[in-house]
Design a protein around this ligand. Structure first.
Ligand code: HPA
Length: 275
């Protein structure tokens, strides 16, 4: 199977390290990969089933193995998105390869718009739950029972124990960590102001164009999940600025640094929880 070939390559790259935690680094948040020590890198093009990034600025495609805060990790630096024209399952082989390589937990990150005025650009939010507003689901189609069950619960998909630990670490650091529901929108355009008003009524606190398909695949194969949004903007219609990719990318740096400090402080305890 494709996943087994990729997993074997990843394990070889790991050498003596046995990472339990993976990190998916969202757009503008790849800086963490440069803090990995003892780093070994592999381009997605050398990993069967991994996405071939469509060239969106800031979306690299590289797997990095090494240590963060002393903890063995595998980073996926760059992801493919639904709006690039792939199906919702574009990240499925990559996530399943990580699981086959020995991971037990996955931490996902993204840049997002905030639907709550008090959660301003530069803030970091834990994701507590999601609304899949994408016109697709990566698990549609024949089910491979060796990977996961046909039907499964998405209650507590964003692991309550991991979230509790992360909240405690953020409090110790004096970081005002938000927490909310993430709605996945197809893009590539940003939402209309009317859509944002509708999404607020639906219960969304954050809006973005990624993460949800990866969480579905990760939970299906039994990985424990935590996910963060770095708030780069108030959602369309709420603020003064007209949204652009350049604007969100530039704002990702501020919250990205806060997120990095939370992760570095939390990783040793997160690893203990998932091991
Ligand atoms: N909408 C969708 N995706 C995003 C946004 C947004 O406002 N900000 C960053 N990514």
């Amino acid at each position: 199977m494709t996943e087994d070939v990729a997993a074997a390559r990843i394990r070889t790259l790991c050498g003596p390290l046995t990472p339990r935690l993976g990190l998916v680094l969202g757009s503008g948040l790849g800086g963490l990969a440069s803090q990995v020590t003892e780093a070994q890198r592999l381009s997605y093009t050398d990993l069967p089933g991994f996405p071939r990034p469509g060239g969106v600025a800031g979306h690299a495609g590289e797997l990095v193995v090494g240590r963060l805060a002393g903890v063995p990790v595998i980073c996926l630096n760059g992801r493919a998105h639904f709006y690039e024209g792939h199906g919702a399952g574009v990240m499925a082989p990559a996530i399943r390869s990580l699981k086959a390589a020995g991971l037990t937990g996955l931490i996902l990150t993204n840049a997002a718009g905030s639907l709550r005025r008090e959660v301003a650009p530069g803030r970091v939010s834990l994701i507590s739950d999601h609304i899949n507003f994408l016109p697709g689901n990566p698990l549609v189609g024949p089910n491979d029972d060796t990977i996961g069950p046909r039907f499964f619960s998405m209650r507590d998909a964003y692991d309550p124990a991991l979230r509790k630990l992360i909240r405690a670490v953020a409090a110790d650091l004096g970081v005002d960590l938000a927490e909310g529901v993430y709605l996945a929108y197809s893009g590539p355009n940003f939402e209309t102001p009317a859509e944002i008003r509708a999404f607020r009524v639906l219960g969304a606190d954050l809006v973005g164009m990624s993460t949800v398909p990866e969480v579905l695949v990760a939970r299906h194969c039994g990985l424990r999940v935590a996910a963060f949004s770095v708030v780069t903007n108030l959602a369309e219609g709420m603020g003064d600025e007209t949204l652009s990719h350049e604007h969100t990318q530039s704002q990702a740096v501020v919250g990205g640094a806060v997120l990095a400090s939370i992760l570095i402080a939390a990783l040793p305890r997160l690893e203990a929880l998932v091991s």
